[in-house]
Design a binder for this molecule. Structure first.
Ligand code: CP
Length: 310
């Protein structure tokens, strides 16, 4: 496996399956009373978060600690970045502190690549979400969750039909999921208004649908995407009410999904906008489980990148 995880393009199908298999093994640690393995003892992992996060930051911290690594949490707010320090100088400071891996979230697409592409750091770089570009560990935990529920918990996702609904244009989760799901053999349909799809989407090898009132019983999994208000300088739909009516995952649409299908959301949710409270709390919702699986998958990623030997 490559030294860094910047994009789903950095791993092939077999490597993705190895990460999911390892996450499944490591999940046994999560279920024991003493949630600890000595695997990364003596290693230092820095969480470098320039953009807000709850799930990703906390789960990377929990994952690193469960593997006995030392963790340094760095948030842009309250740091010397407010005094004008550059990404390069920040990275070199982290290197001087002996970082073996840097987990970076940044509002700029390409920030993780920039960090990894220079000689500023000797360790691994893990992309924890860069602008509207990619969020590879989210895609891995989503695939893990689908595999557990829909594919017997082993192998790939061949033949599964997955709908990804909503703000595809601004979504790094959608991009990473599309790449990984296709690598694992799933068939993906993107459902969104034309204004929330990238201009080049017609050149992507994926089914596109502009109407969420299609036959939902065809899908094994439906993933609702968060409306990314923080990345919207313009109006992309007439009103939240209209968006919710046309593209929200609500009770009526839920009733048209199969009883054995699942619904996912990467979080944080805008309840009442892209997903109703009834849908979010339905028995087919695996949203809380996605968070739990995030720790196991991130343990597996850290294990592979830092060369865990035990
Ligand atoms: N899914 C996700 O990235 O959530 P956070 O922004 O809370 O990390």
């Amino acid at each position: 496996m490559s030294r860094h995880l910047l994009s789903i393009e950095d791993i092939n199908r077999d490597e993705a399956i190895s990460i999911l298999d390892t996450a499944k093994e490591l999940s046994k640690v999560t279920d024991t009373a003493v949630k600890k393995l000595p695997t990364l003892r003596g290693r230092t992992i820095v969480n470098l978060f320039f953009e807000d996060s709850t799930r990703t930051r906390i789960s990377f911290e929990a994952a690193a600690k469960r593997l006995s690594a030392d963790v340094i949490n760095f948030a842009a707010k309250g740091s010397s970045l407010s005094k004008g320090e550059s990404l390069k100088d920040t990275a070199m400071t982290l290197q001087a502190m002996g970082a073996d891996a840097v987990v970076i979230r940044h509002q700029a697409s390409g920030a993780a690549h920039r960090l990894a592409g220079q000689a500023w750091l000797r360790g691994s770089v893990i992309n924890a979400g860069d602008g509207s570009h990619e969020h590879p560990t989210q895609a891995l935990l989503d695939a893990y969750t689908m595999r557990e529920h829909l594919a017997g918990g082993t192998g790939d996702l061949a033949g599964l039909k997955v709908a990804i609904v909503g703000d595809v244009l601004h979504s790094r989760v959608a991009r990473s999921n599309l790449l990984l799901l296709q690598k694992l053999g799933a068939e993906v349909t993107l459902i969104a208004p034309p204004t929330l799809l990238p201009v080049a989407v017609n050149s992507w090898a994926v089914e596109i649908c502009y109407d969420f009132d299609l036959d939902l019983s065809n899908f094994d999994a439906v993933m609702a995407l968060r409306i990314q208000r923080e990345r919207m300088a313009d109006a992309f739909f007439p009103s939240e009410r209209e968006y919710s009516r046309n593209f929200g995952l609500n009770k009526e649409r839920l009733d048209r999904m199969r009883p054995d299908s699942i619904l996912l959301h990467p979080g944080p949710m805008n309840r009442g906008l892209e997903i109703s409270a009834e849908a979010a709390d339905d028995s087919r919702s695996v949203i809380v489980e996605q968070v739990k699986n995030g720790v196991d998958v991130r343990m597996a990623v850290l294990y592979f990148l830092l060369g865990g030997s035990q």
